[in-house]
Design a protein around this ligand. Structure first.
Ligand code: PLP
Length: 378
């Protein structure tokens, strides 16, 4: 069976030209991360999924304010969104305490992870990350000849920051960290992450992906943006896809020193965002009431799942976001397939010769459906 790297290379060869073709982008974004997923996708069963516990989406949809903003912008749909991008950048700069020159807005944060993957991947060294983690940036950099160096997560499925720091070497071009980490769901005390970023960024740039930060209790929501404000070699990525429920409208951003933002923007297409997404993101920004309500519903539905996993004595990473990774008792492909036949989608990772299931947190009703399905299959 072709390995992942060959598969990516083939995808690259199939793409017409640089910048990346849309088909390559789509394929890399939907890349299977395990043998079970490759078999599941090949079987065509993924088409039957109606309960989507496979993409860490927000099941509650956009906030009322975002919905109103989308409806209100329709008259502007004939206009290119250059002004709206600049307006959102200004608001984000204010929120983050930086200048507009520190901000890049993209079609979801994936768009900017990919651009960063290319910007640092073409330097032909290695990109270092924990493993398993969200692979998007590394997928892109390996297509552009970088090596992906990995530091296994610890026994609790948490990013092992001391191990990661020990693996930085002269070939390292960038270190990617993700807190809370996808797919393991685990969270590391921000003071540890900050200490790591401060130390390591004096040698190489650190990319801190904070896609799930807002699912934490407010006192734990400590962004690494503070380090960007202190002019450090740190890049922070945020997204409107998760707590804001705008994954389908594709808005994310990064905050970085203007020289680093410029370096990444060289590999980023001109106007990737759409008016509807920009209007929704602008309206959703700072909507603490909506975020608190999603956070609370997510925690409640997540507890239903972890109570079930505890009762059945599954091993899982202590979850901080809107997903949980656990070790299944039986073959993960069989489980994925059986759940798929019931219309439930999950993800499966290969890690240390074992299979790991990642279940996204849907509504409480969806999580009840999931645990009933698990019961019926056990
Ligand atoms: N970063 C992490 C850690 C993710 O898990 C995801 C999506 O699941 C993304 C970034 C990309 O999100 P988006 O492109 O929708 O902003």
């Amino acid at each position: 069976m072709e390995n992942r790297r060959d598969w990516l290379k083939k995808a690259l060869a199939a793409s017409a030209a640089f910048p990346l073709g849309a088909s390559l982008m789509t394929e890399l974004m939907a890349a299977p991360v395990s043998d079970a997923e490759r078999r599941f996708m090949a079987s065509g069963a993924s088409g039957q999924i109606t309960i989507r516990l496979n993409a860490n989406e927000n099941p509650y949809g956009p906030s009322p304010k975002a919905r109103a903003a989308i409806a209100g912008m329709l008259g502007e749909a004939n206009r290119y969104p250059s002004n709206s991008v600049e307006e959102l950048k200004k608001l984000l700069a204010e929120k983050e305490g930086v200048t507009s020159g520190h901000i890049l807005v993209g079609a979801g944060s994936s768009d900017l992870l990919c651009a960063a993957g290319v910007a640092f991947g073409v330097e032909e060294g290695s990109i270092l990350s924990a493993f398993p983690t969200f692979p998007m940036l590394m997928n892109y950099s390996t297509v552009f000849n970088a090596r992906w160096d990995k530091a296994d997560v610890n026994d609790k499925l948490e990013t092992d920051y001391p191990l990661l720091a020990s693996k930085v070497n002269d070939n390292t071009r960038l270190v990617y960290v993700c807190n809370p980490n996808n797919p393991t769901g685990t969270f590391t005390d921000p003071s540890v992450v900050k200490g790591f970023c401060e130390e390591v960024s004096s040698r190489v740039p650190v990319f801190a992906d904070e896609a799930y930060l807002e699912f934490l209790q407010p006192s734990w929501q400590v962004s690494m943006v503070d380090l960007v404000r202190r002019d450090m070699n740190v890049i922070v990525a945020r997204t409107f896809s998760k707590i804001h429920g705008l994954a389908g409208l594709r808005i994310g951003y990064i905050v970085a020193r203007p020289d680093i933002a410029k370096k990444i923007s060289r590999y980023h297409p001109g106007i990737p965002c759409n008016q509807a997404g920009l209007a929704a993101a602008t309206a959703s920004l700072g909507d603490t009431e909506f975020m608190a309500s999603v956070r609370q519903k997510n925690a409640h539905a997540r507890k239903h799942l972890t109570d079930y996993l505890d009762a059945k004595k599954y091993f899982y990473g202590n979850p901080a976001g809107n997903f949980v990774m656990f070790k299944p008792e039986s073959d993960a492909y069989q489980l994925m397939n059986a759940l798929g036949k019931k219309g439930i989608g999950i993800r499966v990772w290969d890690y240390k010769d074992k299979q790991w299931c990642r279940v996204s947190i849907g509504t409480l009703e969806e999580m009840r459906t999931f645990t009933h399905a698990m019961e019926s299959l056990s």
